[in-house]
Write a protein that binds this ligand. Sequence first.
Ligand code: NAD
Length: 253
Amino acid sequence: MKRFENKVCIVTGAASGIGQATAIAFAKEGAKVVLADIGDMTETAQALNIHQSSFIILNCNIGKREEVVNLIETTVKTFGRINCAVNSAGIAGKLSLPVHEYPEEDWLNQIQINLVGTYYCVKLQLEQMMKQGGGNIVCVSSAAGLVGQPDNSSYAASKHGVNGLVKSAAIEYATKNIRINAICPTAIETPMIMHGRRNLAENPAALEQAKNHQRMKRMGQPSEVADVALWLCSDQSSFITGHCMAVDGGAFA
Ligand SMILES: NC(=O)c1ccc[n+]([C@@H]2O[C@H](COP(=O)([O-])OP(=O)(O)OC[C@H]3O[C@@H](n4cnc5c(N)ncnc54)[C@H](O)[C@@H]3O)[C@@H](O)[C@H]2O)c1
């Protein structure tokens, strides 16, 4: 029997990067997968078809409460429950600026998506998990949720907020058969980082520098984060909750 056979798993941010890799990993392990994103999920859907996975695709902007309500309601209507949720949807700012120069609208938008949007997901997933008597949530946070990140304060504040939410909820639901953890990656080779603030895809020198900055002299792969997300969602991590786990190739060692 596959590890997630008959389990219903929501993945936000499923169109790209870590969310896409997580959705594919769940499908390989036999899960029924709910793909949620604002982006085009065709590529992810094609990969899931190869694994003959049962899945649905939902357009969902996590920053809009009513769209997250629809995500939860449609999941339950379609599959009856939510066993696991991996909340990977998020944005990174395109600017590198100190706090006093950072445009307020951009600053607040990152908080709205990364923190408030993740809060909507977590809150509504917990509501359903309380009704059904258990569940498992993983939020994809960031190493920027563990330490400050100069010229990127909004992103760092949003991810510190996610870690605070995860730790607090973990304690609140520890006796309710619900576990909630965060993953805090450093540089993972996804469109976010390749086309982000430093535009590494078009800047070979910066890409080389970014790799050299890593202890392993390479960036992490989305599948290396997905593997951790699945493990945290599985019974193999049954005594772990409220953990904000660095997936960092040794950066915090
Ligand atoms: N790549 C890295 O190095 C890295 C490092 C640390 C943390 N993270 C975090 O990992 C998560 C996934 O990022 P990624 O690297 O896979 O980036 P990505 O850009 O490849 O994927 C992010 C996905 O989230 C979706 N998304 C953005 N805003 C959304 C919204 N409002 N509602 C629904 N979906 C939305 C995008 O359309 C995209 O498909 C993010 O939360 C990010 O902050 C990434």
